[in-house]
Write a new protein. Structure first.
Length: 102
C-alpha cells in the first residue's frame, strides 16, 4: 500500500532542515528559500493475476536553492526510487527536478 503524502512531507522537511516544504502551492503563496516544492504526478499500479498488488504514487519534487553548489538535491536522491530529471536556473534560483516514487 502506498505511504501517505504527509509522511513524505515530514521526510522532506527533515531533509531540508526547515518547514519550507510546499505541496502544490498556489501562485499566491510567498515561498521562502531554500525550499522544496512537490506535486503528485501519477499513480503507478502493478497488476498480477488480474489484481492490483502494488501501487506507488509518483511525485515531482523540485529542490530550489540560492546556492548552485547546494547538496540538497543529493540528499533527496538518497531516498529510494528517486531519479534526477533535470537541472535549470530560474529567477536567480537553482532548481533540481526529481521524480520520486513513494
Amino acid at each position: 500500500m502506498a505511504k501517505s503524502r504527509l509522511e513524505l512531507h515530514e521526510i522532506l522537511c527533515n531533509i531540508l532542515g526547515s518547514r519550507n516544504v510546499y505541496f502544490q502551492p498556489p501562485s499566491t503563496v510567498k515561498m521562502k528559500y531554500d525550499a522544496i516544492v512537490y506535486s503528485l504526478n501519477d499513480n503507478d499500479v502493478k497488476y498480477a493475476d488480474d489484481m492490483k498488488y502494488i501501487g506507488m504514487k509518483r511525485y515531482n519534487v523540485i529542490a530550489v536553492c540560492r546556492n548552485p553548489d547546494s547538496d540538497l538535491y543529493e540528499r533527496i536522491l538518497e531516498l529510494p526510487y528517486s531519479e534526477l530529471d533535470r537541472v535549470y536556473p530560474s529567477d536567480n534560483l537553482n532548481h533540481w527536478s526529481i521524480t520520486l516514487y513513494f
